[in-house]
Design a protein around this ligand. Structure first.
Ligand SMILES: NC(=O)c1ccc[n+]([C@@H]2O[C@H](COP(=O)([O-])OP(=O)(O)OC[C@H]3O[C@@H](n4cnc5c(N)ncnc54)[C@H](O)[C@@H]3O)[C@@H](O)[C@H]2O)c1
Ligand SMILES: [Zn+2]
Length: 361
């Protein structure tokens, strides 16, 4: 299977996303071809390293990886400091490259370390979860959480390369895999009916982690993310369409203290809310709304939501840093593959969409 290559042309850096099953085993040569510094430091988590580290270690000739924990609760500055400490101990200099090898938590934290260590060293993202492969590794958002909220400390720092090997997804727990798949569906709804239809059609092959089926949906997702990021590096406008399903999704995560749902699962509910709301306004056809609900349901059950009230979600939305100047900027689907931004969504409409998808009043 030939490698897929997607160019990401942002104002601050142009780089490529390469997707190929088995790419991990030739990663040293790939980095050489990109003329990346020969001193390469890998940051990973104990679990990811145990599962897949030997492949990357062999291909890079890495002696010791920098291992840090990757739970969301470790995504904080003190963990980034551990990465700085390890880099300093190894005398990493400007002519060094940092390779992240893990899910979105490792990518965001180690990416932030690369952005700030000696004011920035070369960064290569090698994402190992589906969510990180289709979303977190591309676009240059790096950072950590603060006790006050998620992702409050960070930077825009584009990587020098993103290298995606779908074969590592074979070990990903099914729930994590599904959580990433909801983000794939998101790209379909915002930007590509063909991607949406492909997920519906190839669902079995995708769940079986067949390399070709995976590479196709990952590639199309990355293409969409790359295009949006290139047109709006710092999220001033167009990049906001990628927040489809995220306004309600973030509120659902926050209202349940980030414990009940994986991010993608909360986004799945958020997409159902956004679709229902658009259909109620007549902005989205009832057929497309049903198709969205049908595809989400076909991926498997979501954690229950009936004990949460619409009022709790509205309350959480009021505290969202992305809610601009007190006005809710809501991304609505107008068809499968097209969106519009609405800034006149009322609490009443939201309440009725939330209750329609199963929340309490
Ligand atoms: N920077 C961005 O643009 C962006 C976008 C979306 C999400 N994010 C961030 O990404 C994070 C979530 O990322 P995530 O969903 O990848 O979670 P994660 O990094 O916590 O990984 C989930 C779990 O999967 C394990 N894992 C990773 N790869 C594996 C593999 N191949 N096989 C088996 N297990 C594996 C990890 O050890 C972890 O336990 C959040 O912190 C979120 O804020 C960032
Ligand atoms: Zn998301």
């Amino acid at each position: 299977m030939p490698a897929l290559r997607i160019d990401v042309a942002t104002p601050s850096r142009a780089y490529a996303v390469t997707i190929a099953s088995g790419l991990l085993d030739g990663i040293g040569a790939s980095l050489d071809a990109l003329a990346l510094p020969a001193r390469r430091f890998v940051v990973s988590s104990p679990l990811v390293w145990r599962l897949h580290g030997s492949r990357i270690a062999k291909a890079l000739g890495t002696r010791e990886p920098i291992l840090v924990p990757d739970g969301e609760r470790y995504k904080q500055l003190s963990t980034v400091v551990r990465i700085y400490d390890a880099l300093l101990r190894a005398n990493a200099d400007r002519a060094s490259a940092l390779v992240t090898f893990g899910g979105g938590v490792i990518g965001d934290m180690a990416g932030f370390a690369a952005a700030t260590y000696l004011r920035g060293i070369a960064l290569v993202q090698v994402p190992t979860t589906l969510l990180a492969q289709v979303d977190a590794s591309i676009g240059g958002k790096v950072g950590v959480n603060h006790a006050v909220g998620k992702n409050l400390i960070g930077a825009f720092y584009q990587p020098h390369a993103v290298l995606i090997d779908p074969s590592v997804l074979g070990t990903l727990p099914r729930r994590e895999f599904r959580a990433g798949l909801y983000e794939v569906i998101k790209y379909g709804i915002t930007s590509s009916r063909a991607l949406f239809d492909r997920v519906a059609r190839d669902r079995k092959a995708i769940f079986a982690r067949e390399p070709e089926a995976l590479a196709a949906v990952i590639g199309e997702s990355c293409r969409i993310k790359a295009e949006v990021v290139a047109s709006d590096e710092r999220e001033a406008g167009p990049r906001r369409i990628l927040n489809f399903g995220h306004t309600a999704g973030h509120a659902i995560e926050a209202a349940t203290k980030y414990r009940r749902f994986r991010h993608g699962e909360a986004v799945a509910y958020g997409m159902l809310v956004a679709a229902r709301l658009a259909a109620a306004r007549g902005a989205l056809s009832e057929d497309d709304c049903q198709a969205i609900a049908g595809l989400v349901a076909s991926l498997g059950p979501l954690p229950p939501i009936g004990d949460i009230s619409a009022a709790q979600i509205l309350d959480a939305m009021r505290h969202d840093k992305k809610v601009l100047a007190g006005r809710l900027h809501f991304v609505l689907a107008t068809a499968i593959g097209a969106t519009a931004i609405a800034d006149d969504v009322t609490e009443r409409e939201l309440t009725s969409a939330l209750t329609a998808i199963g929340l309490g009043r």
